[in-house]
Design a protein around this ligand. Structure first.
Ligand SMILES: Cc1cc2nc3c(=O)[nH]c(=O)nc-3n(C[C@H](O)[C@H](O)[C@H](O)COP(=O)(O)OP(=O)(O)OC[C@H]3O[C@@H](n4cnc5c(N)ncnc54)[C@H](O)[C@@H]3O)c2cc1C
Length: 418
């Protein structure tokens, strides 16, 4: 690591990444790997406002499901081998519509896979990624906040709250849903408010999870349960699940402050008994659920990745999976430019050039549009009690059960294969 010192003259780098949570940290590590094989390694800076401790907004108490396609990409970047010991495999997913006949299963084995994805706790992942960054050639500015950005013809002048200034050819915004880069550069975002809030908590049940994940659509919103590592002291028949329960905002407030017994009873009533009895719940957090989307996640010498480019409803667990595909898309475009320069015996590559920025836009357009359309369809289609919609979605789920070949494309989408 180069922990950069406070500096009055701007420090020159090729790429400055703002935000070092899931998207920014994986991009920085991916760039460091890519750059290692170059005769003139890229100078990369990562600016992150929080150190990886319990108050980190990007590495908080949440658990997320990383789809198998993303595991494949993270392995290629050399990152998954460092995280593997933290993962719990999802071997099967059960999808159902509460109170109706529709249900289906997605299973890894028929697809010739060991798992459909892995569940990780973000707080643990954050510590490992930061440890890896400190061992890498990335210049890490942390804790430091970006406070001002001046667009210039040949790059951006980025000012930090400690007085440091950086000049970069390419600025990457990985600074989340409320992106300061987006505000500084006056870029617009479209927001859909679903009028739902997610209650997130770890829960314990009296049955072993056996690597099943569950998605249950209810009248008020979906309930997702992701299998987690077991509690060492707990009986082996018990399981830990990560719960994401989407409900209307007023109900979320009630559930967040309800006592444990009331909360567990409400959850049991909403989810049913498919995972046995809910016997304990940890600390509860809430997240308002919106879908925000930058129609063009680029600007002059700047690209947006992860939640800064789009923030999804967690209904299908696709937020980071899509964000990682932004990261991979950008890495591919930069790698192509470096390869092309080597072929042409050029020593310098302008990584912030209009060509690179527009190639990134073109590479990401189709996948982003499709994923966002699918998520909006899922949220609206499965939270609605209008009878033709209820019938349609239940028939759809049943068809998937009756005709297993239909599951393959659904599973491929869920697993985020590129
Ligand atoms: C309840 C819930 C469940 C989810 N489940 C899943 C799931 O199962 N699977 C999945 O793929 N995704 C899931 N997601 C989505 C996933 O968590 C996010 O997509 C992902 O963590 C976003 O990462 P990010 O790095 O893009 O943004 P963030 O995590 O928002 O990180 C932004 C970073 O930028 C930093 N920052 C902000 N401003 C500045 C500044 N001015 N200067 C410097 N640094 C700054 C912040 O400190 C932060 O570290 C879920 C989300 C929620 C809310």
């Amino acid at each position: 690591m180069t922990t950069a010192q406070t500096n009055t003259t701007p420090l020159t780098v090729d790429i400055a990444i703002v935000g070092g949570a899931m998207a920014g940290a994986t991009l920085a590590l991916g760039l460091a790997k890519l750059s290692a094989s170059q005769s003139r390694p890229l100078r990369i800076a990562l600016i992150e406002a929080h150190v990886a401790n319990n108050n980190h907004p990007g590495f908080d108490a949440r658990s997320i499901a990383i789809a198998q396609g993303s595991i494949f990409e993270l392995t290629r970047l050399g990152i998954w081998p460092k995280l593997q010991h933290l993962g719990t495999a999802i071997e099967n997913i059960h999808v159902s519509d509460r109170g109706h006949f529709g249900m289906t299963e997605l299973n890894a084995k028929p697809l010739g896979l060991d798992a459909l994805g892995q569940v990780v706790e973000l707080a643990q992942v954050g510590k490992v990624l930061f440890d890896e960054l400190t061992k890498s050639p990335v210049s890490l500015f942390c804790p430091a906040k970006v406070t001002d950005i001046q667009a210039q013809q040949d790059g951006h002048l980025v000012s930090l709250d400690d007085g440091t200034q950086l000049h970069c050819q390419l600025l990457v915004a990985a600074d989340g849903a409320h992106s300061v880069v987006r505000q500084q550069l006056q870029q617009t975002t479209e927001i859909i408010d679903f009028d739902q809030t997610a209650i997130v908590a770890n829960v314990i049940t009296n049955q072993a999870h056996q690597h099943w994940a569950y998605e249950r659509f209810t009248q008020t919103g979906p309930i997702a349960l992701l299998p987690m590592t077991s509690v060492p002291s707990a009986p082996s028949a018990q399981s830990r699940f990560s719960l994401v329960w989407a409900v209307p905002p007023a109900k979320a407030d009630e559930l967040k402050h309800a006592d444990k017994t009331e909360f567990l009873a409400a959850l049991q009533q909403a989810f049913g008994h498919r995972v046995g009895r809910f016997i304990d719940v940890g600390q509860r957090a809430s997240y308002p659920l919106t879908l925000s989307y930058m129609p063009r996640p680029i600007f002059h010498r700047c690209v947006f990745v992860g939640n800064a480019a789009q923030t999804l409803h967690p209904i299908a667990g696709q937020g980071f999976n899509l964000g990682l595909r932004d990261v991979i898309g950008l890495l591919d475009v930069i790698e192509n430019a470096l390869t092309q320069a080597n072929v042409n015996a050029k020593t310098e590559v302008d990584v912030g050039s209009s060509a690179i920025v527009h190639q990134y836009l073109a590479a990401r357009q189709g996948d982003r549009d499709t994923t966002l359309r699918n998520i909006e369809f899922l949220v609206r289609g499965f939270s609605n009690q209008y009878w033709p919609l209820v019938a349609g979605r239940n028939i759809g789920l049943r068809l998937l059960s009756w005709f297993p070949p239909l599951k393959r494309p659904v599973a491929h989408t869920a697993m985020g294969w590129r």
